[in-house]
Design a protein around this ligand. Structure first.
Ligand code: UDP
Ligand code: MG
Length: 316
């Protein structure tokens, strides 16, 4: 049996060798225990440092190391997709290169898949220690919002670290959308998933590519990519404001008829106008988000472009 291990890399020269040192014994254990051979599929996501050179060197040293190098930075989701397309092992796993995903867990994941208890074994982070307060607060809000969307729930603290059977891999690949939100895609395809809890660790070296701004965009992308609930909310907001305005109109007419009150207080009017146009712009913005996504989707652009790879991968 064979395991394809997908590892996206973006400017990771500092950790690549550490990663190989730590995974090698794990791979060996999996081979001894289950007779599974592992192939590494590194995706160089447009790194500007020495990542590609190191990958080439690793490939020269070890035949089980493969690399796919993108023509520019396409983002981690695109890298994962390229990896899934290239992987054709009986099992496929994906993990970060920065050792925040403890390689030792691959053994547990392989145990689960081999036993047939589940089709997918995934790591789930149990603590958010060491993360800025605001960041974890927003993360929690994000999950509670997305889980009211009517789609399958996203478990909180799920990372992209997981191992799956060929069946799950094919299901994920069959979703060939351009706007990819892996966590949502994995929840959507279903299958039996077993969660493995683990404690969050810091990066081995280098620094995270995610700024707070990136995470905010990621959250919006995730929401828009996974659910159309915000559109519904916008529609409901419209109905609520319409009803409120009707009540207001009746109130003013009645007041005029009874008290003959002339129009008074333009400040309140200005506030109402500002408030309502704010809500309108907000709702238009939501629609705009979906329109933009639809636009990108109908263009049918490729998810990634390969500049070079060490072998003619099957589907490229
Ligand atoms: N990564 C990538 N393309 C990008 C950003 C990140 O392939 O545009 C890779 C990166 O090399 C790492 C993984 O995705 O292997 C996770 O990135 P990072 O550690 O920066 O994210 P975090 O762990 O903070 O979520
Ligand atoms: Mg990381």
């Amino acid at each position: 049996m064979r395991l394809s291990l997908i590892i996206p890399c973006f400017n990771e020269e500092e950790v690549l060798n550490l990663f190989m040192d730590r995974t090698a014994p794990v791979i060996e254990t999996i081979r001894e225990k289950h007779g599974i051979d592992t192939e590494y599929i590194f995706i160089n996501d447009g790194s500007t440092d020495g990542t590609l050179a190191i990958l080439k060197q690793l490939h020269a040293e070890k035949p089980s190391v493969h690399y796919i190098s993108f023509s520019r930075n396409f983002g981690k989701e695109a890298a994962l997709y390229a990896g899934l397309e290239a992987a054709d092992g009986d099992f496929t796993a994906m993990m970060d290169v920065d050792l925040q995903d403890p390689p030792e867990m691959l053994i547990q994941m392989a145990d689960i898949l081999v036993s047939g208890r589940a089709d997918c074994a995934a790591a789930r982070r149990m603590n958010r220690d060491g993360e800025p307060f605001l960041r974890s607060w927003f993360a929690r809000r994000f999950y509670s919002l997305i889980n009211r969307s009517g789609n399958p729930d996203l478990a909180e603290g799920v990372r992209d670290y997981r191992m799956m059977t060929k069946q799950v891999r094919d299901a994920v690949l069959s979703m060939c959308e351009y706007n990819r939100f892996s966590k949502g895609i994995f929840a959507w395809v279903g299958f039996r998933t077993e969660w493995i809890p683990y404690e969050h660790t810091d990066r081995a070296a280098g620094k995270s590519k995610w700024s707070f701004k990136d995470l905010t965009y990621y959250a919006i992308e995730g929401l828009v990519g996974y659910t159309v609930k915000p559109l519904e909310i916008a529609a409901w907001a419209g109905i609520v404001f319409f009803l409120l305005s009707m009540i207001g109109i009746v109130f003013i007419i009645v007041r005029k008829l009874i008290f003959g009150d002339p129009v008074a207080g333009w400040p309140s009017l200005v506030c109402i106008i500002l408030f309502c146009s704010g809500v309108q712009l907000f709702c238009t913005g939501i629609i705009g988000q979906y329109l933009a996504k639809t636009y990108l989707e109908v263009k049918k652009r490729p998810v990634y472009i390969v500049a070079e790879t060490d072998q003619a991968f099957r589907k490229m």
